[in-house]
Design a protein around this ligand. Structure first.
Ligand SMILES: [Fe+2]
Ligand SMILES: [Fe+2]
Length: 179
């Protein structure tokens, strides 16, 4: 059974939102890059890849459900922040906003009795809990450190050790009909 048009449109909107998230985090990566905080930049580059993976997971799902992926322009993203705390506070705010978007998709799937999409969205519901928790914990640590140089460098090392999810490459390269 092909996906409902309303659900198709909503998922295309979410592909755009995930690509916008990716773009936002890449902008944040470049902000850290310019300050030689390479660990922070690495964390943001990883986040960029994760968001691209989120978009591609929706992309693949839409293809599998007989929908048509339609890509829209990606909205402009900020390029300047006051300090690293402000950057991560924006991450927290942004992830909360995305959680709201995912919840709206779940609501629509249930209204349409689209159990397949509802089930598929569970992964995102869980992922958002993790994303909000991780970003919130980083803000808390950054506030403790404040402007202590040693603390910031230590945090740079910690964030620089973040591994890319094993799902990134297989999801992005999961071409329908090739599996
Ligand atoms: Fe995402
Ligand atoms: Fe996210």
């Amino acid at each position: 059974m092909s996906i409902d048009k309303k659900m198709e449109t909503a998922i295309n909107g979410q592909i755009n939102a995930e690509m916008h998230s990716a773009y936002l985090y890449l902008s944040m990566a470049s902000w850290f890059e310019a300050r030689s905080l390479n660990g922070f930049a690495h964390w943001m580059r990883t986040q960029y890849m994760e968001e691209t993976m989120h978009a591609m997971k929706f992309y693949n799902f839409l293809c599998e459900r007989g929908g048509r992926v339609l890509l829209k322009p990606i909205g402009e993203v900020p390029t300047e922040w006051k300090d690293q705390i402000e950057v991560f506070e924006e991450v927290v705010k942004h992830e909360a906003l995305v959680t709201g978007l995912i919840n709206k998709l779940v609501r629509l799937a249930r209204e349409l009795d689209d159990y397949a999409t509802d089930s598929f969205l569970n992964w995102y519901v869980d992922e958002q809990v993790e994303e909000e928790d991780t970003a919130g914990a980083i803000v808390a640590k950054l506030k403790l450190i404040a402007n202590d140089g040693m603390g910031i460098l230590q945090m740079d090392g910690e964030l620089g050790a973040r591994a890319v999810s094993a799902l990134v490459s297989p999801t992005i390269m999961n071409e329908p009909g090739k599996a």
